[in-house]
Design a protein around this ligand. Sequence first.
Ligand SMILES: N[C@@H](CCC(=O)N[C@@H](CS)C(=O)NCC(=O)O)C(=O)O
Length: 207
Amino acid sequence: MSPAILYSFRRCPYAMRARMALDVAEIELEHREILLKDKPPKMLEASPKGTVPVLVLSDGNVVDESLDVMLWALGRHDPEHWLARSEAAFTLIERNDGPFKHALDRYKYPNRYDGIDPAEHREIGLSILKDMNAQIGATGYLLGDQDSLADIATFPFVRQFAHTDRAWFDQQNLPNLHIWLDQHLNSPRFTRIMRKHPLWDYSGRSE
Ligand SMILES: N[C@@H](CCC(=O)N[C@@H](CS)C(=O)NCC(=O)O)C(=O)O
């Protein structure tokens, strides 16, 4: 059976969390690296909404929401029990994908929005990070004492927030969150899923 196909973009935090779950679940994949400004017709045929990640399964079914990709992969194989505590995880992921992402976009890309003050959005993001810092607390993880869907689905977004102004971020009093983020960014799995792939050549020769 041919492997599943993943359309992905290296720096996209949604694609990162999907790749993390596909990696832990040891799913065999054909990785197709794309450019958001030049989406392959084959990807748009599979998922017309045009966002990454898109996973095309060997039976032709398409999974085109990152959280669904995570759930699909972990449903197959979840050796580190990331699906434990998923009810609580969904609440944290909703806050991440909703208000945190909203604030992150406006802090990181203020020119894309009319009449906004990036500092105001940085503060909104920071208040969520403070909550996460408290929640991580002594255990080192958002829920319980090991990684869960919540940690894996949110850290790529916290990474993006942190990298927007690393000097400012480092000065914030978020000791547990700093350790948590560094641990995830330095993990062998993150290093592996951030490996550079050549762009998928969709000129016709690869099909
Ligand atoms: N809800 C989607 C969001 C995915 C998403 O917005 N990905 C961005 C890249 S980080 C994208 O593909 N944007 C389309 C574009 O920029 O054209 C998911 O969780 O998979």
